[in-house]
Design a protein around this ligand. Structure first.
Ligand code: ADP
Length: 482
């Protein structure tokens, strides 16, 4: 495949592509076949330190670079990405598995963060006021927080990078990016595009490694990284927060989710089924916003389940590169086993299978779209992020019952509700403990919106007007009034 051949496979440090000092490489596998696509450099802690040193060395000049220059680099990178949509989409499908149509959508979504933040780079403002006692003028400015470590997951290989890199570049921060070891090719391609767009050497450094814990911890404890932006599991997020505490590194954390989706008796059924398909099946369910628990009012439960099951059963499963495929493979065998174990546990406790639920034979990490009804509350699937194409349906009778069940989780990222009653929508929306709500829609991600969660789903927001704030700090200067 030329797209795989053409992407850089080395570490990107100080504007130079280079092998890991040890010469070690890691294997990138195609989840649709289980075969190796290529190998990329496998960094050691020493490589990580060199990347941070490059970011630190570039920081002062980058912070002093005019906002318009930073903005135009982002805008050029956006244009290049859009022009190369087909190649980037194919690369993503090969390393991650999602169908090409979804990969193309991610290229557009991911690129949009660069365009959005190119527009925000030139709007970083401050203020000036007179202190209440009249003795001082207070000049408030905003400064880049400093060198940042960005850690991204494998499920959105391009967009998780641009969602962090866009605001960091716009704010004037330098970066060490550590992508997930399963899907680094999109990040390496992105680094090459940003270089082509004129990003100065050292502003972005990319370190690929199988030793995330060994490489990252000394960087967070080393005192040079001033900011960590992490997207991944709550388990790893907790570990990193503890490491950041010792050197008081600022953090943005996008962690796990366990999104409830509630279908009220006054919902439009077509809208609810369509919205559930999107909330459940986007990215094969491998999304932290994916609907994880689907609560349906008893009066519509049967009709809703039948319609959802027939839509799910009609989806074509196969390699993401094949035309007409809706559902690609899951990321790896561990991901597939996790989804299947959750299904088996629910069945053992009394859930019924309307479609799917069987592990297919043959190569690749495929799992069939699955609908379970009557899922008992104590099933593991109710409080575990499934990360797969499995819809777990539960019935409810009263609004309070639905809200209590929805909020009965340590997570609070996304929630979805379907109702045509505006009073109810606002009332329930206000009581749901989540950072984002889809009202009569299954899609909440948008570069212009503040993405993020409450409770143990994270800290901070990405995207929107506030996304750049995560990479800026306030500085004020007191000037005596003359
Ligand atoms: P997932 O289960 O989706 O793979 P993880 O939280 O394990 O989520 O991984 C998300 C990102 O965090 C990946 O880039 C991974 O390499 C990285 N990671 C995993 N463990 C650690 C760790 N102990 N320290 C730093 N980064 C880690």
């Amino acid at each position: 495949m030329t797209v795989v051949r053409d992407v850089p496979k080395q570490l990107y440090i100080g504007g130079r592509w280079q092998d890991a000092e040890s010469g070690r490489t890691l294997s990138i596998d195609n989840p649709a076949t289980g075969e190796e696509l290529c190998r990329v450099a496998d960094a050691s802690p020493a490589d990580g330190r060199r990347a941070v040193e490059a970011a630190v060395a570039a920081q002062a000049a980058w912070a002093a670079t005019p906002p318009r220059v930073r903005s135009e680099i982002l805008r050029r990178a956006y244009d290049i990405i859009i022009a190369r949509t087909e190649d980037l989409a194919l690369l993503m499908t090969l390393e991650m598995g999602k169908p090409l149509t979804e990969a193309r959508a991610e290229v557009a979504y991911g690129a949009e963060f660069l365009r959005w933040f190119s527009e925000e780079a030139v709007r970083i403002d401050g203020g000036m006021m007179t202190a209440p006692d009249g003795r001082n003028r207070l000049l408030v400015t905003r400064r880049p927080v400093g060198p940042c470590l960005l850690i991204t997951p494998w499920n959105f290989p391009l967009a998780m990078g641009t969602r962090k890199i866009g605001p960091a570049i716009a704010a004037g921060c330098t970066i060490v990016l550590k992508p997930a070891p399963q899907t680094p090719l999109s990040s390496l391609a992105l680094a090459a595009i940003l270089k082509e767009a004129g990003l100065p050497d050292g502003v972005l450094n990319v370190v690929t490694t199988t030793d995330a814990a060994g490489v990252v911890e000394p960087l967070l404890r080393g005192g040079q990284i001033r900011k960590l932006s992490f997207t991944g599991s709550t388990r790893v997020g907790r570990i990193l927060l503890a490491q950041c505490a010792d050197t008081v590194v600022r953090t943005s954390m996008e962690l796990g989710g366990n999104a409830p989706l509630i279908v009220f008796d006054d919902a439009d059924l077509d809208t609810a089924v369509e919205g559930t398909m999107v909330a459940k099946m986007r990215n094969m369910g491998e999304s932290c916003c994916a609907a994880n628990r689907i609560y349906v009012h008893t009066s519509l439960a049967e009709e809703f389940a039948t319609r959802l099951a027939s839509r799910m059963a009609a989806l074509k499963v196969g390699p993401g590169t094949e035309a007409g495929v809706h559902v690609g493979p899951l990321i790896d065998n561990a991901g597939r086993s996790k989804a299947h174990d959750l299904v088996r546990d629910a069945i053992k406790r009394g859930a019924k299978v309307l479609t799917g639920g069987e592990l297919p034979d043959g190569p690749g990490c495929f799992y069939p779209p699955t609908v379970l009804t009557d899922v008992p509350a104590e099933s593991a699937i109710i409080d575990t992020e499934i990360f797969g194409p499995v819809a777990a349906l539960v019935t409810f009778d009263t609004e309070d019952e639905a809200i209590d069940a929805a909020n009965d989780t340590e997570f609070g990222l996304a929630a979805y509700l379907f109702t045509q009653n505006l009073d109810r929508a606002l009332r329930v929306g206000e009581r749901l403990e989540s950072g984002m709500i889809g009202l009569n829609t299954g899609l909440v991600s948008n570069p212009a919106a503040p993405f993020g969660g409450v409770k143990q789903s994270g800290l901070g927001r990405e995207g929107g007007r506030v996304g750049i704030d995560e990479f800026l700090e306030y500085k004020y200067i007191a000037v005596p009034t003359g």
